[in-house]
Design a protein around this ligand. Structure first.
Ligand SMILES: [Zn+2]
Length: 259
């Protein structure tokens, strides 16, 4: 999914939406990890595609947080655009604690095959892959095959993490079984991961071809609709500052979920 780059990155003091660009299939696409920090902690939510480490480092340091200060990485789910940068990041700072939902852990550690690497999923992807030059295609497949990460701590639904003023874990399955969204208590910001996406100032639900369980995905929207939200940060699309509560309730009420 393509979103605009150069977003207005600073959401509130200590919360910055990063803006990472990649050109996998010729057209640029952007993804948006979120960085949180205070005097004790610096927390990154999601880590970008493989090969984006330099951009990621630059974006984090531009926010005024040296990479060595990063204490935690929370992973919303197993997809390659969210976990691809983890191993390179840990190679630079091994003290970062990696957190993910308990149901997502075996995919990250390699005990289970990443869902989007299943034969049916790869078949959907094969047309785009075959359009790439041989060397690039091999690099992409290697990146998929080697995207693994250790998980130091597993998370459960409704758990409150005491970092940066309080982060509540919301289990929002559908896109993947252990997908989580994160509610930042002091700022009422929802870091939605891929449970929601934004485009041209509008908010959308999960994209059906990418969400294997749409029933669960819709139930997850109902859960999100119960939060008091000022701003939503979507990994695809960046920040949304419209009337999030009304819009999420609308999306949770039924189709059409997507644009
Ligand atoms: Zn994604």
């Amino acid at each position: 999914m393509i979103s605009k780059g150069m977003i207005d990155a600073l959401i509130a003091p200590g919360i910055e939406v990063l803006d990472l660009r990649m050109d996998l299939f010729g057209a640029p696409s952007y993804v948006h990890p979120t960085l949180l920090w205070d005097e004790n902690d610096a927390v990154l939510i999601d880590a970008g595609f493989p090969g984006q480490l330099e951009q990621l480092r630059e974006a984090i340091e531009q926010a005024g947080v040296p990479l060595g200060r990063l204490t935690r990485l929370i992973v919303t789910h197993q997809d390659i655009d969210h976990i691809g940068g983890i191993s390179a990041l840990l190679a630079l700072n091994d003290r970062i604690e990696v957190l993910a939902h308990e149901q997502e852990r075996p995919y990250l550690t390699g005990e289970k095959q990443l869902i989007k690497l299943s034969p049916e999923r790869m078949a959907q992807f094969s047309e785009r892959l075959s359009s790439l030059p041989e060397e690039r295609r091999k690099a992409v497949l290697d990146a998929f095959a080697n995207a693994r990460a250790r998980v130091d701590r597993t998370l459960t639904d409704s758990e409150r993490l005491p970092y940066c003023g309080g982060i509540v874990v919301i289990h929002t399955p559908g896109h993947t079984p252990g997908h989580i969204s994160l509610y930042l208590e002091p700022s009422k910001v929802l870091v939605a991961g891929d449970a929601l996406s934004a485009s041209d100032g509008r908010l959308f639900g999960p994209n059906p071809p990418l969400a294997p369980d749409m029933g669960q995905a819709t139930d997850s929207l109902k859960k999100l609709a119960r939060c008091d939200i000022e701003t939503v940060i979507c990994y695809h699309g960046g920040p949304y500052s419209g009337d999030a509560n009304t819009r999420i309730a609308e999306l949770a009420a039924g189709p059409p979920l997507s644009a």
